[in-house]
Ligand binder design. Sequence first.
Ligand SMILES: C[S@@+](CC[C@H](N)C(=O)[O-])C[C@H]1O[C@@H](n2cnc3c(N)ncnc32)[C@H](O)[C@@H]1O
Length: 319
Amino acid sequence: MADIGDIKASYDALDELWIRSLKNMFGDGVLLDITGARYNGDYNVPYLDAQRNKQKYVLKQIKFKKKDRILDIGSGWGPMLKVIKNEGGKAAGITLSPAQVKYCKQNKLDAFLLDWKEIDSKKENKQIDSIFNKPFNSIISIGAFEHFCSVEEMKEGKQEKIYRDFFKTASKLLDSKGMLYLQTMTWGGRGVPDLEKDIDSSAQLHSLKRIYGQWKAYFPGSWLPNNEEQIVAAAKPYFDLTRSEDGRLDYVETARVWIEAINAPGGCKKRLSWLKFLGKGLIRPELIARYKSVREDAFSRGFAYDMIGHRRLTFKKKK
Ligand SMILES: C[S@@+](CC[C@H](N)C(=O)[O-])C[C@H]1O[C@@H](n2cnc3c(N)ncnc32)[C@H](O)[C@@H]1O
């Protein structure tokens, strides 16, 4: 599993620049979704509307009602916490990123530094217990599942068990009619790459090997689920799948907008974020390598070439 160090490397370091870029492009009030928007194939739809479409879709899938208690596993910078709060619900989020917790708290959103695998063992903490001591109406998890299994765990054959444990935990936290909305990357239609033969971040520019290599470098500690079938099989003892959508091509467009925002010229605040990022890069050269993968567009190419897939899955707790 990606641990706090991996998540800090994936999100906290480059994200200050990324957040500033999005705020420059869309205004300071922009919700900081860091997951695929829902264009539904219509790329005339502006980015912010596509993110709103995703947020509305999530609420519809979980049959959200005012006053519902929702747990967001992997809540990021809190976009869904904010949407749920605005709609009259009560949302709590967990994340492995200290910077995200701080940002959410500053924005009066309930986010906690907690790994879902440790929910049970942390119950002696009063604040944690006060959140988890009664069932949730629904759980959402958007763009976190892909971090739950590490390369090492995959090699040790633990992938299925980790996913089964996740669904078991989610089921225990839900009330009897609970819904679970899960959005995740998977390996794409090209299949699962061979760790030894197919992945090399120093291979020829834009080659598939290099793109896989950059993905692996970008998300240290994470190995993607194979496909939807693997996820649904792991969920089966606890949940029935009620709806599935393919969001792969929508992610190509989402990533295109992010890269445009990062590369756009900016004012003083953006220049300052750049300087801070470059400063961190002097101490940690892997950050610059990660930025290079953004510049080379490895993210959207991975989806466009069907190396990486993306699923929006709605589950209902089994009776
Ligand atoms: C790509 S971000 C998605 C954030 C947000 N859901 C969104 O749509 O913008 C992935 C999130 O999953 C969290 N995460 C990854 N593994 C986790 C785990 N084991 N327990 C809790 N959160 C986790 C990360 O800290 C991060 O907040």
